[in-house]
Ligand binder design. Structure first.
Ligand code: FES
Length: 68
């Protein structure tokens, strides 16, 4: 897990996304609602998708090397 900035438009870090996942978010749409990440230009949506998928598959640490 890291504190990298995932959504530059809305200043949302990976830790904030992981926190939303721990609170019960199960999709990119849930993350958008909870954090506003991915609600502006949309360039971070693929990264958010990866973080969600990896978290739900039990491997959140694998996402650290994949930003952009
Ligand atoms: S970088 Fe996330 S919406 Fe633009």
């Amino acid at each position: 897990m890291g504190n990298r900035l995932v959504c530059i438009c809305n200043m949302v870090s990976e830790n904030e996304i992981l926190s939303a996942l721990k609170k019960g978010a199960t999709s990119t749409e849930d993350i958008q609602y909870a954090t506003r990440a991915g609600t502006s230009c949309g360039k971070c949506l693929m990264t958010i998708d990866q973080i969600v998928e990896e978290y739900l598959s039990g491997k959140p640490e694998d996402s650290q090397q994949k930003l952009f």
